[in-house]
Design a protein around this ligand. Structure first.
Ligand code: NAD
Length: 425
């Protein structure tokens, strides 16, 4: 099949390369010239393990090309995937401006029957909206179908996730489009959920919100455990072994972040409000998440003294989780901003993210030099293997605040550090 991917970001680039792996010819379209130039030369404009090698492979074998030419790209392809961003709008709902612009371009350039597939996370009713915008922009009534096919990959393991999904969701009312989508995904060994586009759109929000709910649940539970001197990791383990609960998304920490959970939970809250059925449980999820960095900063203040003005704090990790360079809604920045409000001096480090934070240092040693405290924000492997004996003489005071519960508490305490985790007793 000749497939067009519109929006070559994290999702679009990964999706396009997976289709190449399945034997299809793919065109990647983006409005961002720099991204297109990088991709054309086999360079990924973001960090995702394993993806650049796949990009080079399919560029060399001419399975994938990249362009900025919207008109030609739409005319020459039959199956069009919309993978543009759907950021949070001012009232919490998803801003569909990029999706609407794409739909308008498709309407203006459609020249024969096409299937338009939405991979972007979009609110219930967007398939209908896309249909309307395409129709409004057509000069002649050329037939097309719209399919909702949400993406569930995670940054940091995008390739593995996209190659081995737990399920594929296909939402369409068209038998022709359904047949084409079945053919596209025929080599995948996972359940395929075929449903109405509205249900498909809801599935994506419901899934992300449920995962965010698990995170907020364990974080709020951790605060209670902290007061009771209970190790929340034991509690996570004890409940996660119950197959009805499962161990995933039960790690207490600094709260969820990233480009999906915060905006998707808010968008579902907004959808529910618009229907007159507010989802109070998700409103609590958001509140708990916003409170989690505050709870953690309180730990810092209790240990170092309430005045952080003359304190130097080394923040390790800027991305919202390990193995990605995505800093959107990263808890690290929420923490950094709060520490700056307290007039602390901040030094920062990340193994991959090299811009965007105050006082970034290339090495961990330079970052912790002269610091009163070290705060671990991201669960990078680099921070699991720290050589504490060599870091010790560099620091002014020996405080470790472990926002990811990933440091061996006993080991560092034996070396003379003061350790504070998230109910990591
Ligand atoms: P992204 O910001 O990395 O990429 C979006 C791309 O779309 C950008 O490169 C932008 O330049 C391009 N674009 C915008 N308008 C365009 C247009 N008219 N024509 C061509 N290109 C255009 O976004 P992302 O992280 O890949 O997310 C895309 C969608 O997928 C979002 O709805 C997101 O919620 C969803 N999603 C993301 C993830 C994830 O982990 N990032 C996972 C599942 C679903």
């Amino acid at each position: 099949m000749k497939i067009l991917i519109i929006g070559t970001g994290y999702v679009g680039t990964t999706t396009g390369l997976i289709f190449c792996e399945l034997g299809h010819k793919v065109t990647g379209l983006d409005l961002d010239e720099q991204k297109i130039q990088a991709l054309q030369t086999g360079k990924l404009h973001f960090y995702e393990p394993g993806l650049e090698a796949l990009l080079k492979k399919h560029i060399d074998s001419h399975n994938i090309t990249f362009t900025k030419d919207t008109e030609t790209a739409i005319k020459e392809n039959d199956l069009i995937f919309i993978c543009v961003g759907t950021p949070q709008g001012p009232n919490g709902s998803a801003d569909l401006i990029f999706v609407k612009n794409v739909a308008a371009s498709i309407g203006q350039n459609i020249n024969h029957y096409k299937v338009i597939v939405t991979k972007s996370t979009v609110p219930v009713g967007t398939a209908t909206l896309i249909t309307k915008v395409i129709e409004e922009n057509q000069t002649a009534p050329i037939p097309f179908d719209v399919v909702s096919n949400p993406e569930f990959l995670r940054e940091g393991s995008a390739l593995q996730d996209a190659l081995n999904p737990d399920r594929i969701v296909i939402g369409t009312t068209s038998e022709t489009a359904r047949t084409i989508m079945r053919e596209l995904y025929k080599d995948f060994d996972c359940p395929i959920v075929e449903t109405h586009p509205k249900a498909s759109e809801m599935i994506k929000y419901a899934a992300n919100s449920f995962l965010a709910l698990k995170i907020s649940y364990i974080n709020e539970l951790a605060r209670v455990c902290d007061n009771l001197a209970i190790n929340v990791k034991d509690v996570s383990n004890g409940i996660g072994l119950d197959h009805r609960i499962n161990p995933h998304f039960l790690k207490a920490g600094l709260g969820y972040g990233g480009s999906c959970f915060p905006k998707d939970v808010n968008a579902l809250i907004q959808t529910a409000k618009e229907q007159g059925n507010p989802i109070s449980i998700l409103e609590a999820v958001v509140k708990v998440n916003a409170d989690q960095p505050v709870y953690f900063i309180e730990k810092v203040k209790q240990a170092l003294g309430s005045d952080l003005k003359n304190k130097t704090i080394a923040v390790l990790g800027l991305s919202f989780k390990a193995n990605t360079d995505d800093t959107r809604e990263s808890p690290s920045f929420i923490l950094i901003n709060r520490l700056l409000e307290e007039q602390a001096t901040i030094k920062t480090h990340d193994p991959i993210v090299k811009m965007g934070a105050p006082h970034q240092f290339p090495t961990i040693e330079e970052t912790v030099a002269g610091a009163d405290a070290l705060v671990i924000c991201t669960d990078w492997d680099d921070y699991k293997q720290l050589d504490w004996e060599s870091l010790k003489p560099l620091m002014k005071q020996l405080y470790i605040f472990d926002g990811r519960n990933m440091i061996d508490k006993e080991k560092v305490e034996k070396l003379g550090f003061y350790y504070f985790g998230v109910a990591n007793h």
